[in-house]
Design a binder for this molecule. Structure first.
Ligand code: FE2
Length: 318
């Protein structure tokens, strides 16, 4: 459960004999997953019957990763990649309390691995939740700016998917409907109305389905660089990158800025100001490592487009 609910009535489950773990409200690392898994093994002599993940994208991802690691053994970093999880995880239920990341439906659970400059999840059929409870009333207390940053993750997933080389009719259909809903929510006068919260929860689900069936593009790799080097949360980092994507997604960048203006959301500027050459080199390395989305966006010779100089220039504008 998201640490946000530590003193909330939802945390009363702890008294029922279930093991309740509050998850830190930041991007989980492979070390975090190893620690949570070790604690469950220590406190329970048999595997849990079910894992219930309640919270935002990070809590969803922790639930999925721990469920897989419990049955597959070893350390979390061994499963960072594609289809490395051999056995089904523990039966897992997702209950999102924030909309946008699509973590409730995606086939990955993103983890930071700072030793390897790597932000990558367990991309696997076994990472998908067995059941979901989608209740938009759970997002009523989300701070406005976080609601926006996270909701826009759905928008970004879909514009990246629709601009990729890995397109097909199914992913496109999910993406298009998700974008319709995002547009309706973020161009409305009150993005957090009951109707808006309901629409955004569905958009998040559809956006997750879109990328579960395709790949992201240029935004997410650069955003991963910001998360690795500057510790920026995923959705905030996405917005910082999306704001400067005019060279890759000109119309979508302008539309993103229109949504920001309509909702009165300021995107942080100058986040890379004052960084030294070594930090820019790490930003480059931790972005360029994401081959699959970058090949999806730019083709197999993506390194010729995203040279270290070009990537450095992009980050210097952020
Ligand atoms: Fe995302």
């Amino acid at each position: 459960m998201d640490g946000f609910f530590r003193d909330h009535p939802l945390s009363l489950g702890e008294q029922s004999g279930d093991l309740l773990i509050h998850v830190a409200n930041h991007e989980p690392s492979t070390d975090d997953i190893d620690l949570h898994t070790a604690r469950i093994r220590q406190e329970k002599s048999v595997h849990p019957a079910v894992i219930v993940a309640i919270g935002g994208g990070s809590s969803m991802d922790v639930g999925k990763a721990v469920a897989n690691l419990l049955t597959n053994g070893g350390r979390a970093e061994a499963y960072q990649g594609w289809d490395l999880v051999a056995k089904p995880g523990i039966y897992k239920i997702g209950i999102p309390t924030l909309s946008g990341t699509g973590a409730e439906t995606s086939r990955t659970c993103v983890m930071l691995n700072r030793q390897k400059n790597l932000k990558l999840g367990m991309n696997s059929e076994h990472t998908i939740f067995d059941a979901l409870i989608l209740d938009p009333d759970l997002t009523v207390t989300v701070p406005r700016h976080q609601y926006f940053y996270t909701g826009v993750d759905s928008y970004i997933h879909c514009i990246e998917s629709l601009h990729g080389r890995h397109r097909h009719a199914l992913a496109d259909a999910f993406s298009r409907q998700c974008l319709n809903l995002c547009q309706e929510v973020f161009l409305s006068d009150d993005m957090m109305s009951p109707h808006g919260r309901e629409q955004l929860m569905v958009a998040s689900y559809l956006g997750g389905c879109a990328i579960a069936n395709s790949y992201v593009g240029v935004v997410h790799p650069l955003s991963a660089g910001l998360s690795i080097v500057l510790d920026l949360p995923h959705c905030l980092a996405n917005c910082v990158v999306m704001d400067k994507m005019d060279a890759f997604y000109p119309e979508e960048t302008a539309f993103f800025q229109r949504m920001c203006r309509k909702q009165g959301i300021e995107i942080p500027q100058g986040v890379c100001a004052g960084l030294d050459d070594e930090a820019f080199h790490r930003l480059y390395l931790s972005s360029i490592i994401h081959e699959k989305p970058l090949i999806n966006a730019l083709g197999p010779d993506y390194r010729d487009v995203l040279t270290e100089e070009k990537v450095g220039a992009l980050f210097r504008r952020m």
